[in-house]
Design a binder for this molecule. Structure first.
Ligand code: F6R
Length: 255
């Protein structure tokens, strides 16, 4: 049975299993999309949103959703990485979602892991998102075990803009599961900043599994601290968090 918890600006759903997480997250996305079919949407990669993307594809095929008017941005991309590399986030977004829905290819922007100058690419990307800021309807997020959103790794400040980052050792190790060897994981990335993410009118954060339990509790109930960049979401006006029971267990023990 779904448990719903309302903090001031944050609504938390705790679902029994991964299938219900995917459905709930898709419900949240679909409600925003239906209300704002020409809006700007920010997407995430990683294993967490895959189930939600499958639900969205199924609802598109059932004629329940129309992505034809949206503008799509992506949270982040490894750097450097070829777009054709099957571990690039460009490839992920195409295969997991964009190739299966009617989003216009001209309205998709993903940080360019092939750019010659990563700092210049960050500036281009931030400018492109800011040009769409007034209809930036929803940002989808997963969370790292170290509390990162996007690739905003633990540091002493909340990055305001899209930035070029060195990945944390823990992130490289966590993402090694997608590569042949840990040494193949790129050491850097281009990521929306925390400030970029905070521009979205709504945020949908999804987390599953015991490994995320402690960091979810700290994110939602702990101090707002750039060592856990997700904790900035406590200051956002409209956040929905969808968890499975495993990811919620430390949080539920505190409430
Ligand atoms: C992905 C991203 C990351 C992931 C996070 C969790 O675009 O920006 O913050 O959301 O690392 O990854 P998974 O879902 O694989 O546990």
């Amino acid at each position: 049975m779904t448990k719903q918890i309302n903090l001031d600006n944050i609504t938390i759903f705790v679902e029994d299993d991964l299938h219900s997480v995917a459905r709930r997250a898709a419900d949240v996305f679909a409600a925003v999309l239906t209300a704002a079919p020409a809006g700007t949407y920010g997407f995430a990669t990683g294993s967490t949103p895959v189930g939600m993307y499958q639900e969205l594809i199924a609802r598109y095929r059932a004629d329940e959703l129309d992505f034809g008017g949206i503008t799509a941005f992506n949270l982040d991309e490894y750097y450097p990485i070829a777009k054709s590399n099957d571990q690039s986030y460009e490839h992920f977004m195409k295969t997991q979602l964009f190739d299966h829905i009617n989003v216009s290819k001209d309205n998709i922007d993903i940080p360019n892991g092939e750019a010659i100058d990563p700092e210049a690419e960050c500036m281009r990307y931030e400018k492109a998102i800011r040009a769409n800021a007034n209809n930036f309807e929803l940002q989808v997020l997963g969370i790292g075990e170290n509390g990162h959103i996007g690739f905003n790794e633990p540091t002493d400040h909340f990055p305001a803009h899209t930035n070029y980052v060195e990945l944390d050792k823990s992130t490289i190790n966590a993402n090694a599961r997608f590569f042949d060897a840990v040494d193949d994981v790129p050491k850097h990335a281009l990521t929306m900043g925390v400030g970029t993410i905070m521009m979205a009118k709504r945020v949908l954060l999804v987390a599953t599994g015991f490994k995320k339990s402690d960091v979810i509790c700290q994110t939602l109930l702990g101090a707002i601290n750039p060592c856990i960049s997700a904790s900035a979401l406590q200051m956002h006006r409209d956040v929905t968090v969808v968890l499975d029971a495993d990811a919620a267990c430390a949080l539920l023990a505190q409430l």
